[in-house]
Design a protein around this ligand. Sequence first.
Ligand SMILES: [Zn+2]
Ligand SMILES: [Zn+2]
Length: 563
Amino acid sequence: MPKPCTQCSAEFAVTDEDRALLDKMTPAFNGKGFPIPDPLLCFDCRLGRRLAFYNCRSLYKRTCDYSHKPIISIYTPDKPFTVYEKNIWYSDSWDPMDYGRDFDFSRPFFEQFRELMETVPQLSRGVVGENENSEYTNDNYKLKNCYLVFDGEQGESCSYGNTFGMVRDCMDFLGLMQCELCYECTACSGSYNLKYSRYCSNCSDSWFLRNCGGCKNCFGCANLRQKQYCIFNEQKTKEEYLEFMKSFDSSKHSVIQAMLKKTENFFLPQPVKYLQGEKNIDCVGDSLLNCKNAYMCFEGTHLQDCRYCTGCLMGGKDNCDVHIWGNNMELCYNCCVVGDQSQNVIAGYYITQGVSNVYYSTFCSRNSSDLFGCIGLRQKHHCIFNKQYTKEEYEELAGRIAAHMIETGEWGQFFPPEISAFAYNETKAQEYFPLSKEEVLKRGWQWSDFEPVVEAEKSIPSSQLPDDSERIPDDVLNWAITCEKTGKLYKLNAKELAFYREHRLPIPRRHPDQRHNDRMALKNPFVVYDRDCLKCNKSVQTTHSPEMDKPVYCEKCYQEDVY
Ligand SMILES: [Zn+2]
Ligand SMILES: [Zn+2]
C-alpha cells in the first residue's frame, strides 16, 4: 500500500521484499530483536538525508587543532568542532574514549549524538593510507600529484574529478575507471585520450562519443562498437578522417561549444538501452554491472539482493539504503560511506575495515564490533557513546537505548540534517537535491555562507578570455576568472594551462564546481519509470522518462540494433 513520505508527501510503497530484507537485518540485544520499522521517507528523501551528512567536495583552509599547523579540511574554520589532521587523527596521540559519556534517557538520541560530535576530534578530510602531493582532495586512497579530485582511488596527475579508480593524467571527469588522458568524460572505463564523451568503454583517440565500445579515431558517434574513422556514425576513410580533424580547431571555445550542441542534437534520436550496464540479472535501476536481484540500485557493481543502494561500486549482499562503497559489505542499512568487510551496520557514516554490529556511529573502523552511538573508535568492542562496557552491560544498555529510540521515533532513521557536521549546501545533498538558502532554513537545516577567498591580482569575466587558448598569455595564472554561470571566482594553475595548450583545448569558462554540476547533469538520474521498448513494445523499467521523446530499447532490441 503506497503511503505519503513524511517529508515531501510523495507516495511511496514499502513492498514485501523491502520488509523481508529489513527483517533479515533486525538487530538483537540480549536475545531480544528490535525490528527496523518501515521507512517514513520516500527513496529520494532517504537518499537526501544520508547525503546531507556527506561533504565530499567542499574544502577549506584551517588549522589542525592538535598541531596548530595550517591544513586543508572539509571543515570550515568557523565550525564548532575540534579537527585533527589525518596523521594525528589516526595516531595514538589522543584517545577517543576520553570523550565517553552516559546516555540520558530523558532526551532524544540525536541531540546527544550531536553533542558527542562536538567534543570528539574530527578527521580533517577523508584520506586512507599515504597520498603524495595531493592535499586538495577528499575521500581518496593512493593518490599522487592530484588536485581537487574526490571519492576515488589510485589516481596520478589528475585534476577536477569525482568518483574514479586507476586513472592517470585525466582532467574534468566524473565516474572514470582505468582511464588515461581523458578530458571532460563521464562514466567511461578503459579509455585513452578520449574527450567530451560519456558512457564509453575501451575507446581511444576520439572525441564526442556516447555509448561506444572499442572505438578508435572516431568523432561525434553513438552506439558504435569496434569502429575506426567514423564521423557522426558514418564510416570514413583514414584520409577523410584526418582531413576532417585538421579542420576541427579544438583550441577555440566557440568551436567546442558549437560542436557540443551539434553532437547533443545528433545523439537525441539515437537509441538508448533501457538500463545502462551489463551482465545483470533481474535488476531494476541504472549503471549496474554484474549485479543480481538489485532493486532500485544505481551506479553499483557486484550487488546481490540489494535494495535502494547508490554508488556502491565495490559490491555487497543484502544491503538496503546505502550510499557509496561496498567490498564484502553485508546487511548494512541506512548508511553512507560504508564498506570494506562491514557487516550489520545500521545508520553508519564512514564505517570501515571489518566492523560488525555497529549502530548509529560515525568514523569507526578496524575490526570494531558491538558499538552504539560511537565516534572515531578503532578496535573497540561493546562501547556506547565512546564509553567501555562489559558485554552484558552493553547488551542491556544498547537494548534500552533502542527501545528509547523506538519511542522517540528515531529508531531506523538516519541522522537528521539538523545534526550534520556540514551545512546542506556543503554536502552531496545539494548536488542531487538542490535547495535555495530559504528552503533549507525553512526546514530547520543548516546553510553556510562561508566563501573561501580567491587571491588574485585582478579578476576578469570569462567572456573576456580570448576564444583561442593559444592566445591566452601566461599571465592568466595570476588572474581570477569569473564563472559565466555562477559568478564565482576561480583560478587556473600552471599544470592545467599546460594541459589545455598541449591538447589544444579552450580554457574552461565555468568554475570547477559548476563544471562538476554540468557533468552530474549528463548522468542518468536515480529514478525509474515504466515505459515500452520502442521496437518490440516490451515493458521496461528505465531512467528515461516517458515524457522524453527518446528511443528506448530493451536489452534484446538494443543488442540487435547496435551490434
Ligand atoms: Zn519524500
Ligand atoms: Zn525490445
